[in-house]
Design a protein around this ligand. Structure first.
Ligand SMILES: [Zn+2]
Length: 323
């Protein structure tokens, strides 16, 4: 008898991100066969969805016969049962019938819509490091999160479970978050927050400024952001290491809350700043020792096994999960 997995050939994947959108055709083993990348147009969702559907069709044209479904990530809160986007804060898109639009536009019956970080967690189960109990946290421009417990993604009654970015981690000197509250993880430890800390420290630290100028002269693509800061840390800057220590402490605090609540076996970190995990990890570990209960503190912390295309692979995994 033929295993159902063997009948699946190609999967469509669309990742509509806050700043860029990717469309792709993947194999059922998670290889990217064809892909297109373009900026996300934020003004009008209909205009952007039309561009996206056209790009997807150009990718998928040679594979239409083998395509079993299309998974779509949206950059905000999604109702995957209804296939709708509830709210995307950066675009200010609200109540959008995403699945219905793409079913009509590309003529494929199976379309699944999910929040982008939830998709990354599903992608980790299907194509990545796997596991039945884990947290998936992104450290990028902002911070997002997802919780998998007993092999299932936890969505919550209003689709906002796993909002690690808005866990409160600083109470004495909190920074204002984009959500309007104070001291959220995203305002203290995202890529944006790290860049801001870097900028503040540069103003009063002549040794750091000298190292930055020297590095800029050597590396033309050096930028004064979290990635640039990791280069300075490698070059021996104590200030750079301190900033990563601070960011790691906040991350560790947020992770500890998740550990005490769900007792996972593993924490996956994704997003550009997760590349600097070795610089963040000592402070994350120290904060877990201080805040998590003994059994919950015994957890593996690692970078996602999905690599740079985590969200795109996650979109494809939406079609394979549960088959
Ligand atoms: Zn917030």
């Amino acid at each position: 008898m033929l295993d159902i997995q063997e009948e699946i050939n190609m999967i469509g994947a669309i990742d509509i991100g806050g700043t860029k959108t990717m469309t792709a055709v993947l194999s059922d083993a998670g290889s990217i066969i064809e892909s297109r990348y373009f900026p996300t147009v934020s003004k009008d969702w209909r205009e952007h969805f039309k561009i996206t559907a056209d790009a997807f069709q150009r990718c998928a044209q040679p594979y239409l016969q083998e395509l079993v479904g299309v998974g779509i990530n949206v950059p905000g809160m999604a109702d995957s049962q209804k296939g709708t986007l509830i709210y995307a804060p950066h675009q200010n898109w609200k109540d959008i019938p995403v699945a219905e639009y793409f079913r009509n536009a590309i003529g494929i019956g199976e379309v699944i819509v999910e929040n982008d970080v939830n998709s990354c967690a599903i992608g980790e189960m299907v194509f990545g490091g796997g596991g039945t109990d884990f947290l998936w946290i992104t450290v990028s421009t902002g911070n997002g999160g997802a919780i998998v417990a007993n092999g299932k993604l936890i969505r919550g009654v209003n689709h906002c479970a796993g909002e690690f970015g808005h866990l409160k981690v600083e109470f004495e000197h909190p920074r204002k978050c984009t959500c309007g509250q104070l001291g959220c993880l995203e305002s203290q430890s995202s890529g944006t927050a790290i860049r801001e800390l870097f900028r503040e420290r540069l103003m009063g630290d002549s040794a750091l400024l000298a190292l930055v100028q020297e590095t800029e002269a050597e590396l033309p693509d050096f930028q004064r952001d979290a990635r640039g800061l990791s280069i300075l840390a490698e070059r021996g800057s104590e200030t750079a290491r301190e900033i990563f220590w601070t960011a790691g402490r906040y991350l560790g605090r947020a992770i500890s809350y998740g550990l005490n609540l769900t007792n996972p076996q593993r924490v996956y970190l994704g997003g550009g700043v997760a590349k600097s995990l070795p610089l963040l990890l000592p402070a994350i570990r120290e904060e877990i020792r201080r805040n998590a209960v003994l059994g919950a503190a015994d957890v593996e912390i690692m970078e996602t096994k999905l690599g740079y295309h985590a969200a795109l692979l996650g979109a494809g995994a939406l079609i394979l999960q549960g088959r």
